[in-house]
Write a protein that binds this ligand. Sequence first.
Ligand SMILES: Nc1ncnc2c1ncn2[C@@H]1O[C@H](COP(=O)(O)OP(=O)(O)O)[C@@H](O)[C@H]1O
Ligand SMILES: [Mg+2]
Length: 276
Amino acid sequence: MSAPERIPPRSVTPPPDAAGLLARGELTVRGRIREASNAALYCTVSYDGQEAACIYKPVAGERPLWDFPDGTLAQREVAAYEVSEATGWGLVPATVLREGPYGEGMCQLWVEVTPEAELLALVDGEEPEPGWKAIGFAEVGEGRTALLVHADDERLRRLAVLDAVINNADRKGGHLLPTGGGRLYGIDHGVTFNAENKLRTLLWGWAGEALTEEAVGVLEGLRKGLAEGGPLAARLEPLITGAEIDATRARVGALLASGTHPEPSGEWPAIPWPPV
Ligand SMILES: Nc1ncnc2c1ncn2[C@@H]1O[C@H](COP(=O)(O)OP(=O)(O)O)[C@@H](O)[C@H]1O
Ligand SMILES: [Mg+2]
């Protein structure tokens, strides 16, 4: 999407201590993001001569969700960032909880999207071409169906593992942000960490396939961090419930025990709607 007022980024690399800048900097609202389902404001944050663009979602602007009664969506967004940081994959832009002009909210570094090769496509036929992974069949009108596919992309594969850990209930195409320099970020993590299985995603292409060796190593690290008294458990404690931390630990354990990417629990993969 286009930001309401374009602030030219100083550089494509995030500031060295982006989380510190977001937490301590002076927050100035520049505009409202119209596409958002909750109140989302495009802002700049500045501190000590450094400036960055960010998105600020005040808790006061959150629509209550019956299936996420505890805590706030903002806290879940920060918890998703904490897990992403613990993986070392840096898949979620720096995200903090802080006070702002409309009260407490989440503040996340704005990512300048650089359009790149398509990550999603609808194709004819039963099988994806090489370089693509099948998600499922989708109705495309007039009784026709087409195969929905996503790119067989290492970054998406890591994100699929992160989503399985955080139990992401809303991984759609618009939440995949490619940037210059070949990075890819995932955003919009308000509906995550439910204690019940709610994985709803487009990234089903590796379902049932063996996890990469790299992913297994990362999951082992998460298991240590999430152990009773572990550093990641401590960071999640103020953000999500004890039952949700237990469930996160259990999901990591289950992924390691199976050694495979999770499979959809129903007959049809659980796909967010609309998918983009
Ligand atoms: N960190 C970010 N960097 C760049 N664009 C973002 C970022 N966060 C959100 N956006 C843009 O703002 C839109 C709305 O944000 P989103 O997190 O999806 O809000 P909501 O929780 O209301 O669905 C996104 O679809 C995306 O285009
Ligand atoms: Mg959204």
